[in-house]
Ligand binder design. Structure first.
Ligand SMILES: [Zn+2]
Length: 542
């Protein structure tokens, strides 16, 4: 007698092998059998007729470090078929941190996705192991794999001090790396565009990698520049991994800025060359060509001197307005104009505004809005900033869709949403997220399998299961449907599985996912999440 039997489905086992008809049985938290089980009994039978049965998806790049503590349901993940979150990406994490530095780290985290939750942030731990125990004491609905983020390691030791660490500081940080690896981290992440990664020289990062090397960890990086200086940034990443004696993983691989469209091919060439020289290389991406930021981020920094309210006042002065326009068009010595990266106002769509009278703008580009109003697009943008007191969220087209397609369809690209968890109710129902938070897995099937025919269902499943499981070091027990493996399973309809979230209306769960099972426990059935089931586990590196 099995606990659960899934019948009539097509098994997509995660390895890329073609789907085949078979039943699958679960006992406890493991897969007990795959094959013709028509003569076997089970306490619960799930009919998967017309559907595919696959390993639960691994979201390879999340910022759910806090959200898994605030709301254990992980609703946007379960509804996307995700059964494992990988956390502490881009050098941003919640431990280690000594008491004296906690306020520094908290104020920093609140400026990043990981800390955008509309609740007081806290750090009631010091070590990575203590943070892990906190997760384990009240686990979320999905499994969690964690990196060690370089940000807190450096803030813990040096605060926001610029420049290289002293030999003594470096030794302390290396000792923290060892402690975190022993606690079960799978690697070290960096975010070299963010403080304190931006203060960290490559030699120091390589030293931290050396400390991790004996534990089989790898260096996972948000590289220092994804635009004009991307090749140099990749050279630096390759240097760090080689020098540190660890594999390299490049996060959210992309080429930013209209002037850099097409550069992902050069990125691949560089990474392949490093591979040919013996470096182990991997990468992930999200399947969207747009980013999300504030319209204020398009303005030259001098407009903000003295505070955001000065932006509004300065934009009312004709001469300053004209100077701002020139700077936005031409950029400044130490400031890249996002306007240029987007290819002009046609690449900037209004995401959200506060005032009712401006709501009609949401979902339209600034160029179209200005053309409709018969005014210059710069004047339209400046007047909107004045009207909204600077609070305008925009979706900016910073990547070429052809580049995104090139990266996503590369057989070695893993998929990550680059987001935290959201929910339709409760504390994680906040803000206006990038649709990737909800739609990443759905886009993969809708766009790349059904609309473009560039990937098969089996390819997509592999990219989100066995491929990342291998990188994470969990491929001997997860990421593939196999007897004896943990029963992380998703059942979906290949004809209908799709994202629903859009830039204008992002808070929408994906559709076509019927059942989600985490460690043998049914967490979603008939498309409805069982919100009391929190069957995830923290998967410490073994
Ligand atoms: Zn990043």
């Amino acid at each position: 007698m099995f606990d659960i039997k899934i019948i009539n489905g097509l098994i997509v086992d995660g390895t890329g092998k073609k789907a085949f008809a078979a039943d699958l049985a679960i006992n406890g938290d493991k897969i007990a059998a795959i094959g013709d089980l028509s003569k076997e009994d089970a306490k619960k039978v799930i009919d998967a007729k017309g559907q595919m049965v696959a390993p639960g998806f691994i979201d390879f790049h999340t910022h759910s470090d806090y959200t898994i503590l605030f709301d254990q349901r992980a609703c946007s993940r379960i509804h996307a078929g995700v059964t494992t979150n990988v956390i502490a990406n881009c050098g941003i994490g919640l431990a280690p941190i000594r008491d004296e530095r906690k306020q520094d780290l908290i104020s920093y985290l609140s400026t990043r996705i990981v800390g955008t939750v509309n609740a007081p942030l806290f750090l009631d731990w010091n070590t990575v192991d203590e943070y892990f125990k906190r997760i384990e004491s009240n686990p979320p609905a999905v499994n969690v794999v964690a990196y060690l983020a370089q940000g807190p390691v450096r803030i813990d030791e040096m605060g926001f001090q610029d420049g290289p660490a002293s030999p003594e500081q470096l030794e302390h940080m290396k000792a923290e790396v060892v402690k975190a690896m022993e606690a079960g981290c799978v690697g070290l992440t960096s975010g070299l565009i963010y403080m304190p990664g931006s203060y960290t020289p490559k030699e120091e990062m390589a030293e931290l990698c050396k400390a991790m090397a004996p534990y089989g960890g790898y260096y996972c990086t948000h590289i220092r520049d994804e635009g004009d200086l991307e090749m140099e940034a990749l050279d630096e990443a390759i240097y760090i991994a080689k020098e540190g004696g660890v594999p390299l993983h490049v996060s959210h691989l992309k080429a930013m800025g209209a002037q850099n469209y097409g550069n992902v091919k050069l990125c691949f060439e560089k990474l392949k060359a490093a591979e040919a020289e013996g470096l182990e290389v991997s990468y992930d991406a999200y399947p969207y060509s747009r980013g999300m930021t504030s319209l204020g981020a398009f303005m030259p920094p001098w407009l903000f001197e003295g505070g955001v309210s000065n932006l509004v006042e300065r934009l009312k002065v004709p001469e300053l307005r004209e100077k701002a326009k020139q700077d936005v068009i031409n950029g400044l010595d130490n400031w890249h104009s996002t306007f240029v990266m987007c290819g002009g106002w046609k690449g900037v769509m209004i995401g959200s505004v506060m005032k009712e009278e401006n709501k009609y703008m949401e979902g339209k580009t600034l160029q179209d809005l200005a053309d409709d109003a018969g005014v210059d697009a710069f004047d339209f943008a400046f007047d909107l900033l004045i009207s909204e007191n600077g609070k305008v969220q925009v979706v900016d087209s910073i990547m070429d869709q052809a580049d995104v397609d090139t990266v996503i369809t590369d057989p070695n690209t893993m998929i990550g949403s680059d987001s935290c968890d959201f929910a339709h109710d409760g504390i994680l129902n906040f803000g206006k997220p990038h649709p990737r938070a909800y739609g990443t897995t759905g886009v993969m099937f809708r766009r790349y399998v059904r609309e473009l025919g560039l990937l098969t269902n089996e390819d997509v499943v592999r990219k989100m299961t066995s491929l990342p499981a291998k990188r994470l070091g969990i491929a001997n027990e997860r990421g593939t449907l196999k007897e004896g493996y943990f029963a992380d399973i998703v059942i979906f309809d290949p004809e209908t599985i799709s994202d629903v979230a859009t830039y204008a209306d992002p808070k929408q769960y994906s559709v076509g996912i019927d059942t989600v099972i985490v460690n043998g426990q049914v967490s979603m059935e008939n498309g409805v999440q069982l919100e009391d089931v929190h069957a995830g586990r923290l998967l410490r590196r073994k």
